[in-house]
Design a protein around this ligand. Structure first.
Ligand SMILES: [Zn+2]
Ligand SMILES: [Zn+2]
Length: 295
Protein backbone atom coordinates (compact mmCIF):
# COMPACT_ATOMS: atom_id res chain seq x y z
CA UNK A 1 0.00 0.00 0.00
CA UNK A 2 2.57 2.51 1.08
CA UNK A 3 5.10 1.33 -1.50
CA UNK A 4 3.00 2.52 -4.37
CA UNK A 5 3.20 6.06 -3.04
CA UNK A 6 6.98 6.10 -3.18
CA UNK A 7 7.40 7.84 -6.49
CA UNK A 8 4.06 9.56 -6.58
CA UNK A 9 3.80 13.25 -7.13
CA UNK A 10 1.29 13.55 -4.31
CA UNK A 11 3.78 12.10 -1.88
CA UNK A 12 6.53 14.47 -2.97
CA UNK A 13 4.16 17.39 -2.65
CA UNK A 14 3.11 16.37 0.86
CA UNK A 15 6.68 15.96 2.04
CA UNK A 16 7.64 19.33 0.56
CA UNK A 17 4.73 20.82 2.47
CA UNK A 18 5.92 19.34 5.75
CA UNK A 19 9.41 20.67 5.10
CA UNK A 20 8.14 24.13 4.38
CA UNK A 21 5.96 24.15 7.51
CA UNK A 22 9.04 23.46 9.63
CA UNK A 23 11.10 25.91 7.60
CA UNK A 24 14.60 26.45 8.88
CA UNK A 25 13.73 24.82 12.21
CA UNK A 26 13.63 21.42 10.54
CA UNK A 27 15.87 19.20 8.45
CA UNK A 28 15.23 18.16 4.83
CA UNK A 29 12.83 15.22 4.83
CA UNK A 30 12.65 14.25 1.18
CA UNK A 31 14.89 11.26 0.58
CA UNK A 32 14.47 8.51 -2.01
CA UNK A 33 12.02 5.86 -0.87
CA UNK A 34 10.46 7.90 1.89
CA UNK A 35 6.68 8.10 2.05
CA UNK A 36 4.49 10.30 4.21
CA UNK A 37 2.01 7.79 5.58
CA UNK A 38 -0.11 10.01 7.79
CA UNK A 39 -0.32 13.17 9.82
CA UNK A 40 -2.36 14.69 12.57
CA UNK A 41 -2.45 16.30 15.98
CA UNK A 42 -1.88 14.23 19.10
CA UNK A 43 -1.74 15.29 22.72
CA UNK A 44 1.69 14.54 24.07
CA UNK A 45 2.33 14.15 27.77
CA UNK A 46 5.19 16.49 28.58
CA UNK A 47 7.03 17.00 31.81
CA UNK A 48 4.70 19.69 33.08
CA UNK A 49 1.43 18.98 31.32
CA UNK A 50 -0.18 17.54 28.17
CA UNK A 51 0.39 19.56 25.01
CA UNK A 52 -0.81 19.44 21.41
CA UNK A 53 1.84 18.34 18.96
CA UNK A 54 1.75 17.82 15.22
CA UNK A 55 2.84 14.32 14.24
CA UNK A 56 3.98 13.05 10.85
CA UNK A 57 4.30 9.36 10.24
CA UNK A 58 6.69 8.43 7.45
CA UNK A 59 7.50 4.88 6.42
CA UNK A 60 10.86 5.10 8.23
CA UNK A 61 10.61 7.90 10.79
CA UNK A 62 8.12 9.49 13.13
CA UNK A 63 8.38 13.26 13.27
CA UNK A 64 6.67 15.70 15.57
CA UNK A 65 6.85 19.35 16.38
CA UNK A 66 5.24 22.20 18.23
CA UNK A 67 2.34 23.88 16.51
CA UNK A 68 3.04 27.55 15.91
CA UNK A 69 0.22 28.05 13.42
CA UNK A 70 -2.03 25.08 12.78
CA UNK A 71 -1.35 23.41 9.38
CA UNK A 72 1.09 26.17 8.48
CA UNK A 73 4.02 26.52 10.81
CA UNK A 74 5.72 24.11 13.16
CA UNK A 75 8.98 24.20 15.07
CA UNK A 76 10.98 22.11 17.56
CA UNK A 77 11.22 19.22 15.15
CA UNK A 78 11.90 15.80 16.66
CA UNK A 79 12.72 12.78 14.54
CA UNK A 80 12.50 9.20 15.76
CA UNK A 81 13.70 6.27 13.63
CA UNK A 82 10.79 3.83 13.40
CA UNK A 83 13.17 0.89 13.58
CA UNK A 84 13.49 1.40 17.29
CA UNK A 85 9.92 2.44 18.00
CA UNK A 86 7.57 0.22 19.91
CA UNK A 87 4.05 1.01 21.02
CA UNK A 88 2.03 -0.05 23.99
CA UNK A 89 -1.65 0.65 24.38
CA UNK A 90 -2.78 2.28 27.64
CA UNK A 91 -6.08 1.74 29.39
CA UNK A 92 -8.33 4.78 29.66
CA UNK A 93 -8.01 6.46 33.01
CA UNK A 94 -10.35 9.33 33.88
CA UNK A 95 -9.57 12.27 31.65
CA UNK A 96 -6.67 10.38 30.09
CA UNK A 97 -8.27 8.49 27.25
CA UNK A 98 -7.17 6.93 23.95
CA UNK A 99 -3.54 6.93 24.92
CA UNK A 100 -0.54 4.81 24.13
CA UNK A 101 3.15 4.71 24.83
CA UNK A 102 5.69 5.51 22.15
CA UNK A 103 9.02 4.08 23.18
CA UNK A 104 12.46 4.36 21.64
CA UNK A 105 15.92 3.76 23.00
CA UNK A 106 16.53 7.42 23.66
CA UNK A 107 13.10 8.79 24.41
CA UNK A 108 9.75 7.45 25.52
CA UNK A 109 6.47 9.25 26.07
CA UNK A 110 2.69 8.96 26.04
CA UNK A 111 0.34 10.44 23.47
CA UNK A 112 -3.43 10.69 23.40
CA UNK A 113 -5.71 10.74 20.39
CA UNK A 114 -9.07 12.48 20.33
CA UNK A 115 -11.08 9.30 19.81
CA UNK A 116 -10.56 5.58 20.14
CA UNK A 117 -10.90 5.19 16.37
CA UNK A 118 -8.08 7.63 15.80
CA UNK A 119 -5.99 5.83 18.39
CA UNK A 120 -6.54 2.54 16.55
CA UNK A 121 -5.69 4.12 13.20
CA UNK A 122 -2.51 5.70 14.48
CA UNK A 123 -1.33 2.60 16.27
CA UNK A 124 -2.12 0.33 13.32
CA UNK A 125 -0.30 2.56 10.85
CA UNK A 126 2.74 3.03 13.05
CA UNK A 127 2.94 -0.68 13.84
CA UNK A 128 2.59 -1.56 10.17
CA UNK A 129 5.43 0.76 9.21
CA UNK A 130 7.66 -0.63 11.96
CA UNK A 131 6.91 -4.21 10.90
CA UNK A 132 7.57 -3.48 7.23
CA UNK A 133 10.81 -1.78 8.10
CA UNK A 134 12.07 -4.58 10.32
CA UNK A 135 11.08 -7.18 7.77
CA UNK A 136 12.99 -5.39 5.04
CA UNK A 137 16.09 -4.81 7.15
CA UNK A 138 15.96 -8.20 8.86
CA UNK A 139 16.56 -6.49 12.20
CA UNK A 140 14.98 -7.43 15.49
CA UNK A 141 12.71 -5.09 17.43
CA UNK A 142 14.60 -3.05 20.04
CA UNK A 143 13.93 -4.25 23.56
CA UNK A 144 15.80 -1.80 25.72
CA UNK A 145 13.77 1.40 25.73
CA UNK A 146 14.22 4.65 27.58
CA UNK A 147 12.19 4.91 30.75
CA UNK A 148 9.07 7.00 30.59
CA UNK A 149 9.32 9.95 32.96
CA UNK A 150 6.85 10.52 35.74
CA UNK A 151 5.40 14.01 35.19
CA UNK A 152 6.50 16.59 37.74
CA UNK A 153 2.99 17.14 39.01
CA UNK A 154 2.69 13.49 40.02
CA UNK A 155 5.36 13.88 42.66
CA UNK A 156 5.15 16.42 45.47
CA UNK A 157 7.84 14.47 47.32
CA UNK A 158 10.91 12.53 46.28
CA UNK A 159 9.73 9.11 45.12
CA UNK A 160 12.87 7.52 46.54
CA UNK A 161 13.41 8.87 50.08
CA UNK A 162 9.75 9.96 50.35
CA UNK A 163 10.94 12.81 52.57
CA UNK A 164 12.18 15.67 50.46
CA UNK A 165 9.34 17.96 49.45
CA UNK A 166 9.77 19.77 46.16
CA UNK A 167 9.50 23.55 46.08
CA UNK A 168 10.53 26.35 43.81
CA UNK A 169 14.02 25.94 45.17
CA UNK A 170 14.20 22.21 45.83
CA UNK A 171 14.19 20.96 42.28
CA UNK A 172 12.89 17.73 40.86
CA UNK A 173 15.22 15.40 39.02
CA UNK A 174 14.41 12.40 36.87
CA UNK A 175 16.18 9.07 37.02
CA UNK A 176 17.11 8.22 33.42
CA UNK A 177 16.79 4.54 34.14
CA UNK A 178 13.41 4.24 35.87
CA UNK A 179 11.86 7.67 35.21
CA UNK A 180 11.10 8.37 38.88
CA UNK A 181 11.02 11.92 40.20
CA UNK A 182 13.71 12.16 42.86
CA UNK A 183 15.57 14.76 44.90
CA UNK A 184 19.19 15.81 44.33
CA UNK A 185 20.73 13.66 47.08
CA UNK A 186 18.76 10.63 45.86
CA UNK A 187 20.08 11.12 42.33
CA UNK A 188 23.63 12.25 42.92
CA UNK A 189 25.10 9.31 41.00
CA UNK A 190 25.54 8.86 37.30
CA UNK A 191 25.62 5.69 35.31
CA UNK A 192 26.49 4.89 31.73
CA UNK A 193 23.35 3.88 29.82
CA UNK A 194 24.88 3.49 26.37
CA UNK A 195 21.54 3.40 24.58
CA UNK A 196 20.66 6.84 25.89
CA UNK A 197 23.93 8.70 25.88
CA UNK A 198 27.65 8.30 25.40
CA UNK A 199 28.16 9.96 28.78
CA UNK A 200 26.97 8.73 32.18
CA UNK A 201 23.51 10.06 33.01
CA UNK A 202 21.65 10.83 36.23
CA UNK A 203 20.12 7.82 37.93
CA UNK A 204 18.46 7.36 41.31
CA UNK A 205 20.42 5.63 44.05
CA UNK A 206 18.27 2.52 43.82
CA UNK A 207 18.93 2.15 40.10
CA UNK A 208 22.59 2.95 40.62
CA UNK A 209 22.99 0.04 43.02
CA UNK A 210 21.02 -2.33 40.83
CA UNK A 211 22.89 -1.36 37.70
CA UNK A 212 26.28 -1.51 39.42
CA UNK A 213 25.55 -4.97 40.77
CA UNK A 214 24.39 -6.10 37.38
CA UNK A 215 27.62 -4.97 35.80
CA UNK A 216 29.68 -6.63 38.52
CA UNK A 217 27.72 -9.82 38.20
CA UNK A 218 29.09 -9.72 34.69
CA UNK A 219 26.21 -11.56 33.19
CA UNK A 220 26.40 -8.14 31.78
CA UNK A 221 24.01 -7.55 29.00
CA UNK A 222 21.01 -9.55 30.13
CA UNK A 223 21.39 -8.48 33.70
CA UNK A 224 21.42 -4.84 32.82
CA UNK A 225 18.38 -5.31 30.70
CA UNK A 226 16.62 -7.08 33.52
CA UNK A 227 17.61 -4.50 36.06
CA UNK A 228 16.42 -1.77 33.81
CA UNK A 229 13.17 -3.52 33.25
CA UNK A 230 12.49 -4.34 36.87
CA UNK A 231 13.20 -0.76 37.80
CA UNK A 232 11.22 0.61 34.96
CA UNK A 233 8.07 2.57 35.58
CA UNK A 234 6.48 1.66 32.33
CA UNK A 235 4.48 -1.41 31.53
CA UNK A 236 2.09 -2.29 34.30
CA UNK A 237 3.55 0.01 36.88
CA UNK A 238 2.20 3.35 35.87
CA UNK A 239 -1.29 4.17 34.72
CA UNK A 240 -2.23 6.50 31.93
CA UNK A 241 -1.55 10.09 32.80
CA UNK A 242 1.25 9.24 35.18
CA UNK A 243 3.96 9.24 32.62
CA UNK A 244 5.61 11.99 30.70
CA UNK A 245 8.37 12.50 28.22
CA UNK A 246 11.62 10.79 29.01
CA UNK A 247 13.74 13.36 27.32
CA UNK A 248 13.03 15.89 30.01
CA UNK A 249 12.77 18.71 27.59
CA UNK A 250 9.44 20.25 28.25
CA UNK A 251 9.45 21.45 24.69
CA UNK A 252 8.30 24.97 25.28
CA UNK A 253 5.54 27.13 26.52
CA UNK A 254 4.74 28.80 23.25
CA UNK A 255 1.38 27.46 22.18
CA UNK A 256 0.25 28.80 18.88
CA UNK A 257 -2.95 27.02 18.07
CA UNK A 258 -3.97 25.52 21.35
CA UNK A 259 -7.72 25.40 20.96
CA UNK A 260 -8.42 25.17 17.30
CA UNK A 261 -11.13 22.80 16.20
CA UNK A 262 -10.07 19.23 15.97
CA UNK A 263 -9.08 17.79 12.62
CA UNK A 264 -9.01 14.08 12.20
CA UNK A 265 -5.69 12.60 11.20
CA UNK A 266 -5.09 11.79 7.56
CA UNK A 267 -3.54 8.57 6.37
CA UNK A 268 -2.46 8.32 2.79
CA UNK A 269 -1.65 4.68 2.23
CA UNK A 270 -5.04 3.01 2.12
CA UNK A 271 -4.60 -0.42 3.66
CA UNK A 272 -7.71 -1.75 2.00
CA UNK A 273 -6.20 -1.39 -1.46
CA UNK A 274 -4.44 -4.43 -2.77
CA UNK A 275 -0.74 -4.00 -3.30
CA UNK A 276 -1.04 -5.57 -6.71
CA UNK A 277 -3.01 -2.76 -8.24
CA UNK A 278 0.29 -1.31 -9.12
CA UNK A 279 -0.24 1.60 -11.38
CA UNK A 280 -3.42 3.19 -10.18
CA UNK A 281 -2.91 6.90 -10.51
CA UNK A 282 -1.98 8.83 -7.46
CA UNK A 283 -4.95 11.07 -8.07
CA UNK A 284 -7.30 8.14 -7.69
CA UNK A 285 -5.47 7.09 -4.60
CA UNK A 286 -5.85 10.48 -3.03
CA UNK A 287 -9.53 10.76 -3.58
CA UNK A 288 -10.10 7.24 -2.36
CA UNK A 289 -9.14 8.04 1.18
CA UNK A 290 -9.96 11.39 2.57
CA UNK A 291 -11.46 10.71 5.95
CA UNK A 292 -12.25 14.25 6.86
CA UNK A 293 -12.55 17.59 5.28
CA UNK A 294 -14.20 19.38 8.14
CA UNK A 295 -12.44 22.65 8.45
ZN1 LIG B 1 15.10 11.84 47.96
ZN1 LIG C 1 15.82 4.96 39.10
Amino acid sequence: MVDRLVNSEANSRRIAMVESCFGSSGVPLAIPGRVLVGEGVLTKMCRKRPKSRQFFLFNDILVYGNIVIGKKKYNKQHIMPLEEVSLESLEDNGQYRNGWLIRTTTKSFVVYAATSTEKQEWMAHINKCVEDLLRKSGKKPVENHAAVWVPDAEATHCMHCKKTQFTMIVRRHHCRNCGAVVCGPCSSKKFLLPQQSSKPVRVCTACYERLSKAVKAESSKTAITNAAQSASMDGNGAGAGKIADSSGDDDSEEEGAANETHDEPRFYGDTTLSADESTASSAALNSSHTPSVNN
